[in-house]
Design a protein around this ligand. Structure first.
Ligand code: NAI
Ligand code: A1CAB
Length: 267
């Protein structure tokens, strides 16, 4: 029998996962059910991606084998309470909501449901997401594998203990935003030096992509890779000194900590 996956909430993160799943071919678009309170977003996704709209929230709960909740954190507990009569203990319920603990989700439900808390990120849209997963005790090993397969289909995924999710928000969940800021700033620098803007974005983004690949594929320490670029008395060390003088590293470390702290506060 074909398995179905349902999404509550098809905003930025919901859409990124849906598009990533379709591109990966793990699910056919027609086997992806969606429900969002904002009808125009549903119509757009049905038209553009060929996913199936649910006939209301209860209908999605009843028709899906696996469910992903991609609504805002404050919406999730009430939505779960409303659906408690429609959800079954054989379904795997996945939440990507920042700051919503597994125990909060369990409390909103009435029975012993299978719950997975995930922190994904938006590069899922292009098959390069990074996700961390934490499961409750009702999730079997084979179900754990199935959920890993879903999140690995649009990037990389790892099981973590739930207490690491706060760190994950800082280093990958929220981090695409700071990487885009870095790319924008790199490009602004090139624009200052006379490069046309579109060309500057391509140079900046490809450099970030290539540098990330170097870390992942060579397995060398980032410091060693930095030193490979930094010739004695050359251009790079001049730039590195400016970044050190202006607190680049501590700004990034503080940013990661601020996102993590915010995630803790939400819970
Ligand atoms: N945007 C991101 O980069 C990431 C977001 N998240 C989490 O994903 C969740 C969604 O975030 P975004 O997609 O950014 O927000 P968003 O605001 O873009 O999307 C949320 C969607 O939920 C819909 N919605 C509201 N109430 C609903 C209900 N009762 N039933 C069904 N749909 C409903 C809204 O109409 C909206 O389309 C949040 O919990 C957030 O913490 C997690 C990791 C990364
Ligand atoms: O900003 C937020 O709250 C969400 C969670 C991680 C990324 N975006």
């Amino acid at each position: 029998m074909t398995k179905t996956i349902g999404f509550y909430g098809t905003g930025n993160m919901g859409r990124a996962m849906i598009q990533g799943l379709i591109q990966s071919k793990l699910y056919e678009a027609k086997d992806i059910l969606i429900y969002d309170v904002y009808q125009p977003i549903v119509e757009k996704l049905v038209k553009e991606l060929g996913v199936t709209p649910a006939d209301g929230p209860e209908n999605l709960a009843e028709k899906s084998d696996t469910i992903i909740f991609a609504v805002k954190p404050y919406v999730l507990p009430n939505l779960l309470k409303e659906l408690s009569q429609n959800l079954t203990t054989s379904q795997v319920l996945i939440s990507v909501a920042a700051g919503v603990n597994i125990s909060t989700i369990e409390q909103a439900l009435t029975s012993q449901h299978k719950v997975v808390r995930v922190m994904p990120n938006t590069p899922a849209l292009v098959g390069e997401g990074m996700s961390a997963l934490a499961c409750n005790a009702n999730v079997s090993e084979s179900e754990e594998k199935e959920v890993l397969e879903i999140f690995n289909s649009f990037g990389k995924a790892q099981l973590v203990s739930e207490n690491l999710i706060d760190a994950v928000v800082g280093v990958s969940g929220s981090a695409p935003a700071y990487v885009y800021m870095f790319i924008e700033a790199l490009a602004d620098g090139a624009v200052l030096e006379g490069m046309p803007r579109q060309q500057a974005y391509e140079f900046a983004a490809q450099t970030v992509l290539g540098s990330a690949k170097m870390v992942l594929e060579t397995k060398k320490h980032p410091g060693e890779l930095k030193d490979m670029v930094t010739s004695p008395g050359g251009t790079t060390i001049e730039a590195v000194k400016v970044l050190e003088d202006q607190g680049f590293r501590s700004a990034v470390i503080n940013a990661v900590q601020a996102a993590s702290k915010c995630n803790k506060r939400l819970s």
